[in-house]
Each structure stands twice: as structure tokens, then as C-alpha cells.
Design a protein around this ligand. Sequence first.
Ligand code: NDP
Length: 442
Amino acid sequence: MREILDAIQSGASSGDIAALPIPESYRAAHILKSDEQMWAGVASKDKDPRRSVHVGDVVTPELAPDEVYVAVMASSINFNTVWSSIFEPVSTFGPMARLARESEWAKRHDQPFQVIGSDAAGVVLKIGSAVRNWKPGDRVTVHCNHVDDQDQSAHNDSMMAANQRIWGYETNFGGLADLAVVKANQLMPKPEHLTWEEAAVSALCNSTSYRMLVGRNGARMKQGDVVLIWGATGGIGAYATQYVLNGGGIPVCVVSNADKAQILRNMGVEAIIDRSAAGYQFFTDDGAHDEAEWRRLGKDIRALVGEDPDIVFEHPGRQTFAASMYVAKRGGTVVTCAATSGFMMEFDNRHFWMRLKTLIGSHFANYKEAWEANRLIAKGMIHPVMSQVFTLEQTGEAAYQVHHNMHEGKLGVLCLAPEEGLGVTNPELRDQLGDKLHRFRR
Ligand code: NDP
């Protein structure tokens, strides 16, 4: 990989990069099928990604005609890195075995290991014979929607594709590695003003929040909408907050400590709820819902902005879902993409139907949505929310921090990039944006 890194850093031509030999193996953060049962009987919070994420060499798979090899300069930790590494809610080796049954090329994904990671920024090294729009040497970010576009169901909205998967979570050969294998239809241009690690952290979370709030498949936020955002400095929440501010909405941001509240103030948010200070107990000790606490949250929101939320940006799941469904305005929308605290949810349907609310399930984003979300980053209108950077060897530690909610925004991971701060090709835009690019840095 040394030769590849040298070529990238010296600005080698497309032809020179195309001529580089692809190594037979590469360094990757991976989990092992043989570890699948290692957490039997262990509580979720005690499952430690530092024990299940391994960093070492894996064999380079052959390249399919519609794929490219990307030399990964940097990647990021997503919450799905946590899910893979603790084998919850299911082991990801099952989805990969099913993928392997779909085609000859797909068989490569069924291995005793999985290279994890659903984000990457880097350089195209080699393209498959059917790839048209990209060439070796292109600087790219990778989105994680893995779709077979020969299937009719993949058209219209590719998130509706019968064989839609999340790359690096439900597929092998993901981004937390020195090399990645991606479909050409996952590539997007790297925002020029960003470093490799800044460019690597956004695609998954930013695109998800874009679809949930802005794109036509989500809640379609409009000017003046009050939007309640749980986890407003977390991975998806910090992009959601930016979309609401940009789009003329009124964010009501929930976080769990004063430092996070300060980050939000620096971003220009006025209505902030510290859920730890408020001490909401949406469930009684015997596990029943406590409607009085939903009402207390609703009163707190009204005290801040004078009305109920038009939209609730929901993802904590079981712990907050019933409250979210309750506090949404009459005719309002709850849009959800996750259930971090538990996926079996209950809510009081009377408040839902009598007040004519809408619930939208949302999942990642199609190529067009991811492209639009990336375009906003490239234009300096949305910013990466990276707070810390780790090395590839520290992937387990970084996933541990996300698992235990010890982070803000996103955690970057250096792969081939030897240090932070490299990869900027538009320093003018970077200077213009100034501190906005560093609001999440610790
Ligand atoms: P993060 O951990 O970065 O942020 C989540 C935030 O939610 C935390 O910072 C925390 O903020 C808040 N939170 C956590 N637990 C609770 C709780 N019980 N009650 C209230 N707030 C809580 O994760 P991400 O933002 O990256 O992802 C969030 C979820 O969304 C994950 O489950 C992830 O897997 C899922 N996801 C789904 C996607 C999809 O395409 N379907 C895409 C991306 C993410 P604080 O403590 O400050 O309140």
C-alpha cells in the first residue's frame, strides 16, 4: 500500500494510478464469524467492541464489472459499526450469506470475516469493465446504499429495492480499511475544501438526515416548521439540526449534557432541552408508560417555542417513541430511522389517530438524495460534525465510545492517510468557512 499512498500524495496522473498493482491483501478492521456467539448471555452495554473488532490483513477480492477499488484515506464510525461488533440485533453474517446466494459475484461476500465500515473517502484505484463515470485517480466519498440496479424494484426509489443493503454492514469489504470494494453507483465527488477525515464522516449520517427531513421521501420540512430533534449533537442529529437551521425551520434540540448544549448554541440553536437535567422518566419503575411525563416534555417544548412540533426527528426508539408520538402537533409527522434503545415500541394510538398524525419510516437515502446531501457539503452549506479522529488500529476503541455515548457528532478514522489535515484542494473555501468547520472538534 506504500506505493499507492506515495502515488496519491505525489498527485500521480490517472494513468499512473491505473497502472499500480493492486495488493493481494490489505489491512482492515473486521469482525469474525467465529465470534458470533461470544456475547451469549452478556448485557448489551457490556458487549465491548474492543474485543470483537480485529485489525489485520484480509485477502483482496476480485473486482466485479460494476465495481471500483478505492484506496481509503479515511473512514468513520457509525452506530452500525457498534451493531456489527456486538452482533445485535442480529449477526451481520446472516445477511451476507443471503447476499451470496444472489449471484456469482455476490458469493465473495460470504467469508469467515466481515470488513466493516459504511463510510469512506479516498481515491479510485481501478475500475471494473462496466464503469463509465469514474476513473482511477478520482477523489471520492462513498455512500452506503448497495443496490443491484438490474432489478426493476431498484428504480423509482432505490431504497425500495428488494435487494437494497447497507454496504459495510450487510455486505463485506466495507470502509474501515486501506482498500474498499464499492459499486460505481456509490461514488460521489469528495468535497474539495475538506480533509480526508472530514470528508469521510458525513455520507451515511448526512444523507440519512437529508432524506428524513428534506427529501421528498421524508417529512418534507418547510419554513417555520418546529422540529424536535432527539440526540441533536449525535451522528444524524447534528446534520438534522443543520438542515432545520438552513431550511428556515425552528429546531428544538434535545441533548444530555451542558457541553452538547453549548455546541448547539454555537451553531445558532436557541431552543435546547437538556434531558438529563429535565430528568424525564417516560416509564414508571414497573415498566408502564407515564403519560404525565410525555405532557411535561410537551410543556417544556411549548415553553421554548410556543407550540408543538410539526415534525419529530425520532431514532432513540423504545425510550422516547411514545413521547415523540404524543408531542407531535395535530397533523404533525414523526419520522423515524432507528431504535437505539429498543425496537419494540408502544404508543397511545388515541393521540395519534384523533390528532391525525403521520408516522414515516425512513432508511438511509437513495443515490440522488445522497448526492444532493453531499453537494450541500461541497458548497459549504452543511458541515461535517467530526469531533475526534482515531487510527484504524483504534477502531474498536472508537466504536466503544459511540456504544457508550461518550462522543459528539462523528468519529473519524485514518486509514491510509498518515496524519490529519491532508487532502484539501480548495483552501479558499475552507478559509471562507473558518470556524464553522471546527464546531464539533474537541
Ligand atoms: P449517535 O450515538 O451518534 O447519536 C445518537 C444520540 O441519541 C446520542 O448522542 C444521544 O444524545 C441520543 N440518545 C441515545 N439514547 C437515547 C435515549 N435513550 N433517549 C434519548 N436520546 C438518546 O448515533 P447516530 O446519530 O449515528 O445514530 C442514531 C441511531 O440511528 C442509531 O441507532 C443508528 O444505528 C441509527 N441510524 C439509522 C440509519 C438508517 O439509515 N436507518 C442511518 C444512521 C443511523 P444525548 O445523550 O445527547 O441525548
